[in-house]
Design a protein around this ligand. Structure first.
Ligand code: FE2
Length: 366
């Protein structure tokens, strides 16, 4: 556990907001396929005339899907440039004013100054700073707000039944930045948010025959918020990070990892609903038992589902990665089950990148 003082405390992840081409259809997809429950809405029916947003929840994960309703809108321009992707990482703080004051003092770019919004359900305080590329970090103070999400939103009363897939919480979110920018953002997290660097992977750790990347993991004092940052390293051919940067047209969120208490059940359910996962070569499983040692799960089931396993001195983890969630090879998801292990699956990087490069090749991007 890091021993330093946070400049301001962070309670946890509040929500992730995606800017998408069609929020209504995205919400339907995340409800039917990923098993999220729609909880709140704003749009024409609530008197909001320039955008529509749907808030969905599963466990303590809260996703917001937002589309513009007018052509020359910041959201439309964002989607035209980046495609669907993560716009806002929102963190819950006990004191938003204090958080924004530190950000301002430390020189963060303020996108939305500290503001308190009120309706019949109480007061919600927030402020937004600029992060990598067009991505933002938002601070939300909701202790004095009892509504379904935020002022302006109304609750969604479900007609049908939702079938959850066991996704429970956000484990970590990864950012891709251009070569040479990683240390800027590492320093930014240190200076603005008081985060500490947890681990560092160099291109020696993470490289294949063709491509390489470097990664640093930043985390807050409580260890609840983990934000790894990747930058491409020189390789013989284009790395997966380069591919992302090219198609997202800049830095942004590469993947969101979500915890489950039963990865086999979650993956089986998601496969049934036609989610595609990255397949590592069969050889990965040949000496897995040997490499990993004893785990609670059945090795045959792990192999059948294509789940990866890694171990460190604190325990083991199980993980799997989806294919990109949109036509552009940009954002994807990770499903992760931790048994003590606090790592990120370093032992799987190599096998994973070989699998990723195979997919890149199919897309003509290698
Ligand atoms: Fe990850």
């Amino acid at each position: 556990m890091p021993s330093h003082q946070d400049p301001f405390p962070i309670r946890g992840w509040d929500h992730v907001e995606f800017y998408v081409g069609n929020a209504k259809q995205a919400a339907h997809f995340y409800e039917k396929v990923y098993g999220f429950t729609p909880v709140a809405y704003q749009g024409l029916q609530t008197g909001c005339r320039d955008r529509a947003s749907y808030v969905l929840q599963q466990g303590v994960i809260r996703f917001v899907f937002t589309s513009a309703l007018t052509p020359d809108h910041e959201i439309s321009r964002h989607c035209a440039l980046h495609g669907d992707g993560v716009k806002v990482i929102a963190l819950e703080v006990p004191d938003c004013h204090a958080a924004m004051t530190v950000c301002k003092e430390q020189g963060a770019t303020i996108v939305q100054p500290y503001a308190a919004m009120e309706d019949g359900s109480g007061t919600l305080k927030s402020g937004v700073v600029r992060y990598a590329g067009d991505t933002c970090i938002k601070f939300v103070e909701r202790a004095h707000y009892r509504g379904p999400f935020a002022p302006g939103y109304q609750a969604i009363h479900m007609r049908g039944e939702v079938h959850p897939t066991g996704l429970a919480a956000i484990d970590h979110m990864v950012t891709n930045v251009y070569l040479g920018e990683m240390n800027y953002w590492v320093d930014w997290y240190r200076r603005i948010l008081g985060f500490e660097q947890l681990t560092h992977f160099t291109d020696k750790d993470i490289s294949t025959e063709y491509s390489a990347l470097m990664s640093k993991v930043m985390q807050n004092g409580s260890g609840k918020i983990k934000l790894p940052i990747n930058e491409p390293a020189e390789g013989k051919r284009k790395s997966q990070i380069d591919e992302y940067l090219e198609w997202y047209r800049g830095p942004g969120i590469q993947h969101i990892a979500m915890n489950t208490a039963d990865i086999c059940k979650t993956v089986r359910e998601l496969r049934k609903r036609d989610i595609d996962f990255l397949r590592v070569p069969e050889t990965y499983y040949e000496d897995l038992k040997h490499r990993i040692g004893k785990i609670d799960e059945d090795f045959d089931e792990i192999r059948e589902l294509g789940i990866l396993v890694d171990r460190d001195e604190d325990g083991y983890l199980l993980q799997i990665f989806t294919a990109p969630m949109q036509d552009r090879p940009t954002l994807f998801f990770e499903v992760i089950e931790r048994h003590g292990c606090r790592g990120f699956g370093q032992g799987n990087f190599k096998a994973l990148f070989v699998a990723l490069e195979r997919e890149q090749e199919k897309r003509g991007n290698l």
